[in-house]
Design a protein around this ligand. Structure first.
Ligand SMILES: CC(C)(COP(=O)(O)OP(=O)(O)OC[C@H]1O[C@@H](n2cnc3c(N)ncnc32)[C@H](O)[C@@H]1OP(=O)(O)O)[C@@H](O)C(=O)NCCC(=O)NCCS
Length: 158
């Protein structure tokens, strides 16, 4: 996969945007945002009930960015197990990239996890995702080479 040329956005450069907590009612707009992004498959989040469970378990940790007419521009989900945190489903609409929206979303998510006394975060990303890899590198995240991710489906109906 090729990296997107810079800039990838086509929205006017000085249009303002703001961050707020994600709510259950954002589900449809989130699905549209993820569908507009390459290489994002938040399969479990396709179910509104899973979104609700996530937000209930991890209150005030997940954020979205919205534009002047309240349109959804980007999102990040953050959660933790009491010790270690995880960042999930980060996405910025293709027309709004390279304006610092993802950086701001990550900053707010990390502040929320820090407030919950979480000392470290992890995330998953496809090796082929060059834009995402460049982004996490730019923010100082480190790739672990010494282990791989393993999984087992416990319930294929959710
Ligand atoms: C990765 C993604 C979230 C970045 O969103 P963004 O709002 O454009 O990122 P930012 O503007 O905050 O970028 C911050 C810095 O990251 C780096 N960066 C971001 N995108 C980059 C790219 N495509 N190529 C190289 N560096 C990049 C740059 O250093 C950038 O700072 P700069 O613009 O001042 O040079 C966005 O490209 C996206 O939604 N991609 C598809 C979904 C995805 O891959 N999600 C991550 C899965 S873990």
């Amino acid at each position: 996969m090729m990296m997107s040329p810079r800039p990838t956005n086509s929205a006017p450069p000085n249009v303002s945007w703001s961050l707020r907590y994600i709510e259950e009612s954002d589900h449809d707009a989130l699905l549209r945002l993820w569908a507009s992004c390459e290489d994002l498959q938040p399969r479990l989040m396709a179910h509104r009930s899973n979104l609700c469970r996530y937000l209930e378990r991890n209150p005030e940790c997940s954020f979205l960015a919205e534009g002047p007419s309240k349109q959804l521009l980007g999102c990040i989900f953050a959660g933790h197990d009491g010790i270690r945190g995880s960042l999930n489903h980060l996405a910025v609409h293709p027309q709004w990239r390279r304006r610092g929206i993802a950086r701001a979303l990550v900053r707010r998510a990390l502040e929320a996890l820090t407030a919950a006394e979480i000392a470290m975060v992890t995330l998953w990303i496809y090796d082929r995702n060059q834009d995402g890899t460049a982004f996490w590198h730019a923010l100082g995240f480190e790739q672990w080479q010494q282990c791989s991710t393993w999984s087992l489906a416990l319930n294929t109906s959710i």
